[in-house]
Design a protein around this ligand. Sequence first.
Ligand SMILES: Cc1cc2nc3c(=O)[nH]c(=O)nc-3n(C[C@H](O)[C@H](O)[C@H](O)COP(=O)(O)O)c2cc1C
Length: 195
Amino acid sequence: MADITLTQALSRRRTIREFTNAAVSPEVLKRLAWAAQGITDTEGKRTAPSAHAIHPLQLFVVANRVDGLDQGVYEVDSLDSGLRMVNRADVRPALRRAAIGAPQWIADAAFIVAICADMVTPSRAFAEQKPYGERGVRYVYMEAGAAAQNLQLQAVAEGLGSVWVGGFNDEETANLLDLQTPLTPIILLCVGYPA
Ligand SMILES: Cc1cc2nc3c(=O)[nH]c(=O)nc-3n(C[C@H](O)[C@H](O)[C@H](O)COP(=O)(O)O)c2cc1C
């Protein structure tokens, strides 16, 4: 990992949509997952803030070119950023079709981090706050944005590029990631070495 300042990472961050064929090491993938949602203290607080510390976000990884890792879908454990396989299939072609405009970068990325969320628990927790039923949902989107930005900055520090994909069919994407109720996909981050 390059030893760069936060200011340098912020200045260099750009959306990258073309990647080389190089594989990424699992340690680098782990550091990106940690940047997005790693647990950083004994109370379970994380790298990204969370309204009422509910922590509704859950990361999944679609691995394509990660050294020593089979292609497939993995759930990320926020405790140690470890991976647990949930689907051995190569879902990238279908994931690409489920995104608006079938973007090539979904197929080309070394891996994709899907930021998913439990929308139900925050909706209930903030049900008494106006706009009723909406406040908790807004908070989840804010938290997902913070996690995504953390990951993109860590990617810069690792010499990687990334593109944030926010436009996709929710249901199809959830099915491909094998998401269980009440998880919903919010953001896909396609990551790889810039071409
Ligand atoms: C909420 C959000 C959704 C986005 N969705 C997409 C997307 O679906 N596809 C895509 O190619 N880029 C997407 N982007 C990336 C933007 O196009 C990109 O950030 C913008 O062009 C500015 O370029 P920069 O990131 O290099 O500053 C999204 C960015 C944000 C913040």
